[in-house]
Design a protein around this ligand. Structure first.
Ligand code: C2O
Ligand code: CU
Ligand code: CU
Length: 501
């Protein structure tokens, strides 16, 4: 039995948890003294390059093993979950038309599996099937074909075993999956220096172990104090005066949002989750909720010096009403957290090195199809409710995830509009994610989206209604949509969609 929650009940509920929660806050405060997230520019450490596996003659074949191993995190030993003992995991690169074959071995002590976030590939059989379960000590071979017309872009893989996703991703399991193609061939983009930034946050105890989450942290969505970009704290990125830097950024954190700015520089957005936009979009800041990706160009147009890539405070809601002892909690609407305007978090440092004659920005990228307005409009309500004993349930259309129930039946080769409604204006933001088929954002609260782009994860703020347009193409079968604050997904905010001819 689930009871609808309103703001007043939520206050009462959270107040009841305040004793333990402030203990949690104390732990964070203690931790901060030894925080590894130093705001001073780093010594010259470039982002870690994970091992790179590229397809050859149409095939990408790779062994990936998940295990709990000591890895080096910011110069300290941390006991993380990793793919092939690397955090982030190996970088996989394929091209449209390639076959991808991944032999996955689960060396964890719990169930796991793999999901290929953002890829337009089959969700069935041994392809991108989120319902597969690979028990401890077992192996499984995933195989799928990247369609010939698949967009080039920045995708990623991570575990997807319901109930354990947040814990496993928060412990380090994530890796890049890059599709190389037409975007990479545009001359101005080819001329840019490429860097990948996989954003992950960690919460370690003094012995380097991941801290088990507090109940409250799970409801908010767990966040860690140690921020890393491609496995490093504050790595150095270099740019030549006059040059271009292509940053390919993935929010691979379980719950943390990143509101990115680069001191004294603009971002020129060239790609979103599902690949290129039509023409670069100039941005002062870039907000990435969990699961989202963006590619931006940065111009080496300033005085040679060092500039910080900052994560500014963003209020993703939920805890504004808690006050007092909860001041240390992360992510609360109206809370101080660990990220104040005077002391923003530093993710990386850009350093000028050398110079080249001015490289131009590209004018045109890749056309983004204009989808016709469909007749079918579905409504999805994102909400929270009290559940007996457990605390809070996270719901889609009033229901918790049930692996036996198909919530949404769609016709293959059709287009639908979905209205995503976050019905709790005072509560939390939810980044909504759909597997298999990318979509376009049409409007937010009735206001048309300023440019067309392919997305697979869209932020739905508290009280907001977001309309998206989805073409269901190529692949029949069942898959899922869910909140990409992975604790919310694990706590029920997920549904099953069946796509059939
Ligand atoms: Cu990246 Cu179903 O998730
Ligand atoms: Cu996904
Ligand atoms: Cu959520």
């Amino acid at each position: 039995m689930l009871k609808k929650i309103n703001r007043r009940k939520f206050i009462l509920f959270t107040a009841a948890s305040a004793v333990t929660a402030s203990a949690f806050g104390w732990a964070i405060a203690q931790n901060r003294k030894t925080s590894l997230n130093s705001p001073t520019p780093s010594d010259f450490n470039p982002p870690t390059s994970s091992q790179l596996y590229k397809s050859a003659s149409g095939l990408l074949e790779v062994d990936i093993a998940a295990s709990l191993k000591p890895v080096n995190l910011a110069g300290k030993t941390a006991y993380l979950l990793s793919y092939n003992e690397q955090v982030p995991g190996p970088r996989l690169e394929a091209k449209p038309g390639d076959t991808v074959r991944i032999r996955f071995t689960n060396n964890l002590s719990e169930h796991s599996n793999l999901h290929y976030h953002g890829l337009h590939v089959s969700p069935a059989g041994n392809a991108d099937n989120p319902f597969l379960n690979i028990p401890p000590k077992e192996s499984f071979t995933y195989e799928f074909t990247i369609p010939k017309n698949h967009p080039s872009g920045t995708f990623w893989y991570h575990p997807h075993h319901h109930g354990m996703v947040a814990g496993q991703v928060f412990s380090g399991l994530a890796g890049l999956l890059v599709i190389r193609g037409e975007l990479d061939e545009i001359p101005e983009i080819k001329a840019a220096k490429e860097e990948f930034l996989i954003l992950q946050d960690f919460d370690l105890d003094y012995n380097g172990n991941i801290q088990p989450p507090h109940h409250m942290a799970m409801m908010l969505g767990r966040e860690g104090e140690i921020l890393t970009a491609s496995g490093q704290v504050n790595p150095n990125l270099s740019i030549a005066k006059g040059g271009l830097l292509r940053l390919r950024i993935v929010n691979a954190s379980a719950s943390r949002f990143y509101r990115l700015v680069l001191e004294k520089h603009l971002f020129y957005l060239i790609a979103t989750d599902g690949g290129a936009v039509e023409t670069p979009v100039e941005l002062k800041e870039l907000l990435l909720s969990p699961g989202e990706r963006a590619e931006v160009l940065v111009r080496g147009e300033r005085e040679p010096s060092q500039y910080r890539l900052l994560n500014l405070a963003y209020d993703r809601g939920g805890m504004g009403m808690m006050g007092g002892g909860m001041g240390m909690m992360h992510g609360g609407r109206g809370m101080m957290g660990d990220n104040s305007p005077e002391n923003p978090q530093v993710l990386a440092t850009l350093t000028y090195q050398g110079s080249v004659s001015n490289l131009p920005l590209p004018q045109k990228l890749i056309p983004v199809e204009k989808l016709p307005q469909p007749k079918t409009v579905r409504r999805f309500e994102l909400s929270m409710a009290m559940s007996p004993g457990m605390g809070m349930a996270f719901l889609l259309n009033g229901k918790e995830f049930d692996p036996q129930v198909v919530n949404t039946q769609v016709k293959l080769n059709s287009i639908e509009d979905w209205e995503l409604v976050n019905i709790d204006p005072d509560l939390m933001d939810h980044p909504f994610h759909l597997h298999t088929n990318a979509f376009q954002i049409i409007s937010r609260n009735g206001k048309p989206e300023p440019y067309r782009a392919w997305k697979d994860t869209v932020l739905v703020r508290g009280g907001e209604t977001v309309r998206i347009r989805i073409p269901f193409r190529d692949f029949p079968g069942k898959t899922v949509y869910h909140c990409h604050i992975l604790d919310h997904e694990d706590l029920g905010m997920m549904g099953i969609i069946d796509m059939q001819v």
